[in-house]
Ligand binder design. Structure first.
Ligand SMILES: Nc1ncnc2c1ncn2[C@@H]1O[C@H](COP(=O)(O)OP(=O)(O)OP(=O)(O)O)[C@@H](O)[C@H]1O
Ligand SMILES: [Mg+2]
Length: 383
């Protein structure tokens, strides 16, 4: 800890210097403003104590010159009562404090020690902030590398999986010759449905990493969303029948066209539909509703499943968040992907649950709703 005492009064310098030395500080002296500025330009001082009145420069000028060289230096003005005003001005210009002359040593020491402590904290804070910023940067870089890795691996998985699935389909359909027994066929079918599950998972991982990297590509076009919904629902007939879930459709045919990415929007609908069927117990009901209101399209999937507890209504849209009361397969990526896609279309998605008051536990039901602007172009968007 070193202190520069700037005062034209040699006695004052000596007295203060002696006491500070006794406290373990290194002391240097300057008898004029010019000497002070030159010394402070050569090295760092923890503290510079400046007499307000110097023969060559004002204390304020010295203060400004020293401050310019080093912003961590603690500047303390020394002043007689007559020039208190200029000390206050000095504090406005960045002095830490002032001590009055004639010097009260106890008071002077207390101020200097407080100044030293403040400086220590400030330097420590800056160091921590720098460390945090650096750590944060390197975390971001590692995260980006991890996302790129997941994206590459998922991508590499997709083609071979698709080939295996195709091969299995060909064998199951008998296009490569007859299959010996129903048992063999069942085994192959089970293999195929597992491959399909893997493909879905890998597609989800690929989607998530693209979204994270901001590289989700949108291929937008005008299409009739009512037709899309009907096509999707047709594909689910078998699955709904197998689980004895009845489907209640309310699709207005005149909703018209939407300007959006057809594949991505169908992914959203499929993710919601999969959930509704997956989480609704056999014998339940799933409702699908599509209506237009002004320039927005409202899509709604309701079910008679367990519903979503209040505290999970936002969370389930985060990656890997699942309500794990039951052991039902899933990764926790369906909803976050749906949310990202909807938001990339300047829309909104949320869940309402229970369906109505007074439903029995386990059958409270939920209603997932998303709203999309029919055409968001021109709504100040960059994507
Ligand atoms: N219709 C629903 N009824 C009850 N719970 C639901 C419903 N939809 C989603 N959830 C809850 O929200 C969680 C997150 O859903 P999400 O679709 O993101 O993941 P997942 O279905 O578990 O797995 P994935 O979709 O990746 O295969 C689910 O695990 C489930 O707990
Ligand atoms: Mg899901």
């Amino acid at each position: 800890m070193n202190i520069l005492i700037v005062d034209d009064d040699a006695n004052a310098r000596k007295t203060l210097g002696k006491i500070l030395k006794a406290k373990g500080y290194d002391i240097e002296e300057a008898a004029s403003g010019a000497e002070a500025v030159s010394k402070a330009g050569e090295k760092f001082f923890n503290i510079v104590a400046i007499d307000v009145r110097l023969p060559d420069k004002s204390g304020l000028e010295v203060l400004e010159a020293v401050r310019k060289n080093n912003e961590e230096t603690i500047l303390i003005m020394m002043t007689g009562y007559a020039s208190l005003d200029s000390s206050i001005e000095a504090m406005n210009k960045g002095a830490y404090s002032y001590i009055t002359k004639p010097l009260n040593m106890e008071q002077a020491l207390a101020i200097i020690e407080k100044g030293v402590e403040k400086q220590r904290l400030s330097i420590e804070n800056k160091r921590l902030l720098k460390e945090l910023t650096e750590a944060n940067e390197s975390l971001k870089e590692m995260d980006a590398r991890k996302s790129a890795f997941v994206a590459n691996v998922s991508h590499e998985f997709k083609n071979p999986l698709a080939v295996i699935k195709e091969s299995l389909s060909i064998i199951i359909e008998g296009l490569a010759g007859d299959i010996g027994s129903t048992k063999q066929k069942d085994i192959l079918s089970a293999a195929k449905s597992n491959i399909e599950r893997l493909i879905r998972l890998v597609t989800d991982l690929l989607d998530i990493s693209k979204i994270e990297a901001g590289k989700m590509e949108m291929r937008r076009e005008n299409f009739d969303i009512a037709i899309l919904v009907s096509e999707i629902l047709d594909n689910y007939k078998g699955e709904l029948a197998k689980k004895e879930i009845s489907l209640k459709k309310d699709i207005r045919e005149n909703v018209g066209a939407i300007w959006a990415d057809r594949d991505k929007i169908s992914e959203v609908i499929i993710n919601l539909l999969n959930n509704a069927i997956k989480y609704t117990p056999a014998g339940g009901e799933v409702g699908v509703k599509l209506i237009a209101k002004e320039n927005n399209l409202y899509f709604e999937i309701s079910d008679t499943g367990p519903g979503i507890p209040e505290e999970y209504k936002e969370k389930i849209f985060d990656k890997f968040e699942r309500i794990t009361t039951e052991k039902i397969e899933g990764t926790g990526l369906g909803l976050p992907i749906a949310k990202d896609i909807v938001e990339l279309h300047k829309g909104r998605i949320w869940v309402e649950s229970p369906l109505q008051q007074g439903l029995p536990a386990g059958r409270q039901g939920s209603r997932f709703i998303f709203v999309l602007p029919r055409d968001f172009r021109g709504k100040n968007t960059s994507r």
